[in-house]
Design a binder for this molecule. Structure first.
Ligand SMILES: [Zn+2]
Ligand SMILES: [Zn+2]
Ligand SMILES: [Zn+2]
Length: 313
């Protein structure tokens, strides 16, 4: 057992090897109630809020669709400016935009089943939505994230990604940026170089690398980083997006094999000092009192063991 601190954040994890069965050998059985009608499927477009964007094939059929979330948590109305009353009461309207990206017309396909080219198109849509939504007055950050499986927060089976554009920068990204700025040069550039050759390395291609972070909070947590310093997906060209899709697919295929619910989210910042990455967090273990009370956590799968799983050893 070992206590580990995140590379640069003030965040701790107790890593302890699980006894007995390795968690990835336990297949979780997904019990899902299929909805009577899936309104993400082709033919039911009129059931969704109006379409915002789409990617079509040669025949004019959609491959990817974007529309506003029917149950939006934030809306582009009211006051976006955050203000404080009586010293302690800081607020604004729940201002922003909440969108859904349906990643494929095929109801039965997981994100992991998309081809690298198809996944690249999905990443292109992520980039385009961040660019578009950032233009809205009052929007400070565009959160792009995926929930896969019931325990990861989604009841809809059809592969989709959510976007919540907010009038504030999330504390996770801000803390990372603050920590980066304490170094003379980008710490993540150095971390990538070290982890590429460590026991935590998982996948690598010409432009991207995936590794299990030293202080992983979740079983099989894995991060994807571009090897060259770049602060946002919006500045990536076709070739970069393709290489990122190739690595992301490898990760998702392994998670599908494990049949585990997961979340992934993009981390970017407009500040050029920031280093873009994707964090993928499988949701096998439930966070309890210790995690909630301390913001530290206990992980019973060592990142080195998890990396072996991804490498297929
Ligand atoms: Zn469907
Ligand atoms: Zn960097
Ligand atoms: Zn991050």
């Amino acid at each position: 057992m070992e206590l580990r601190k995140d590379y640069i954040l003030d965040r701790y994890v107790i890593v302890s090897e699980a006894r007995g069965k390795r968690p990835h050998e336990i297949k979780e059985i997904e019990v899902k109630e299929e909805p009577v009608a899936c309104f993400f499927c082709p033919g039911d477009e009129s059931m969704t809020p109006p379409e915002i964007a789409r990617v079509s094939d040669e025949k004019g059929n959609w491959k990817i669709r974007v529309f506003q979330n029917k149950f939006a948590t934030v809306v582009p109305q009211g006051v976006s400016e955050i203000r404080t009353d009586n010293r302690f009461f800081t607020f604004s309207d729940a201002f922003g935009k909440h969108e859904i990206i349906v990643e494929t017309p095929d109801h039965s396909k997981h994100t992991a089943d998309l081809s690298v080219d198809e996944l690249k198109e999905v990443l292109q849509v992520y980039s385009d939505r961040i660019t578009e939504l950032s233009k809205i007055n009052g929007i400070k950050h565009v959160n792009v994230f995926k929930n896969h499986g019931g325990e990861a927060g989604t009841s809809i089976v059809h592969s989709h990604t959510q976007i919540i554009a907010n009038n504030f920068v999330p504390s996770t990204v801000r803390e990372e940026l603050d920590a980066i700025k304490k170094f003379q040069s980008c710490p993540y550039c150095d971390i990538i170089n070290i982890e590429k050759g460590s026991y935590r390395r998982c996948f690598e291609n010409e432009l991207f690398v995936a590794f299990t972070p030293y202080a992983s909070r979740f079983h099989y947590e894995i991060w994807i980083f571009p090897k060259h310093h770049i602060n946002s997906i919006t500045r990536m060209d076709n070739n970069m997006l393709w290489h990122m899709a190739e690595i992301l697919k490898k990760v998702l295929v392994k998670l599908k094999e494990m049949n585990v619910p997961y979340n992934f989210f993009l981390h970017y910042h407009n500040d050029p000092a920031y280093h873009f990455h994707i964090e993928i967090c499988p949701r096998q273990a439930i966070w309890a009192g210790y995690e909630l009370g301390t913001d530290a956590c206990i992980n019973s799968v060592t990142p080195e063991e998890a990396a072996k799983f991804y490498r297929g050893e």
